[in-house]
Ligand binder design. Sequence first.
Ligand code: 5SP
Length: 218
Amino acid sequence: MTKIAPSILAADFSKLGDEITDVTRGGADYIHVDVMDGHFVPNITLGPLIVEAIRPSTTLPLDVHLMIENPDTYIGAFANAGADIITVHQEVCPHLHRTIQLIKDQDMKAGVVINPATPVETLLPILNDIDMVLIMTVNPGFGGQSFIKSTLAKIKQLDEWRKEFGYSYEIEVDGGINTSTAQICTKAGADILVAGSAIFQKEDRPKAIQAIRDAAKE
Ligand SMILES: O=C(CO)[C@@H](O)[C@H](O)COP(=O)(O)O
């Protein structure tokens, strides 16, 4: 079954704990946490202190997406804060294999993210080492953007490689995911759908989660 990962970027930060409890009870599979540094992306969000603060609000895995330069410096802090999965951007990791090992050494799952303009072939050397590939379906930095259709070819390619070579990574997609775009992603091979506005901007979050899940399998 398709997994749903609500992105707390679109949640009400004045009551973040309650927002996370709401989507946890509402059937989410992961909680997606967007960490932005104002350098790699033109926005600043949150760090390990907030991850530590929200950790007691859910038993679901915290899927921490680092949109930051020099991620190696902060992997230990996010591990101590309670992260379960860390994804780093290929574009900022000159020693990507080493960064993946750093994440795994802290007993977390390791994922790699690519922006819409980054070729999927850049991931070929590390596909056997990772637990997740995150395909950005918008340019990272902000919620509420429109889905970029050209990213679908990368999802398909990753699914083909997984079948052909027996890789075990999950394919996650992020940006502009809603009831209209969910199915084209799962048809292409996506396992996990990240959604911010399509869940947190709705009054009834359990219904919003179910609507995306249903749309994905229709
Ligand atoms: O990482 C990001 C944006 O950089 C995403 O996780 C957004 O938070 C998704 O928001 P929606 O497009 O679903 O509103």
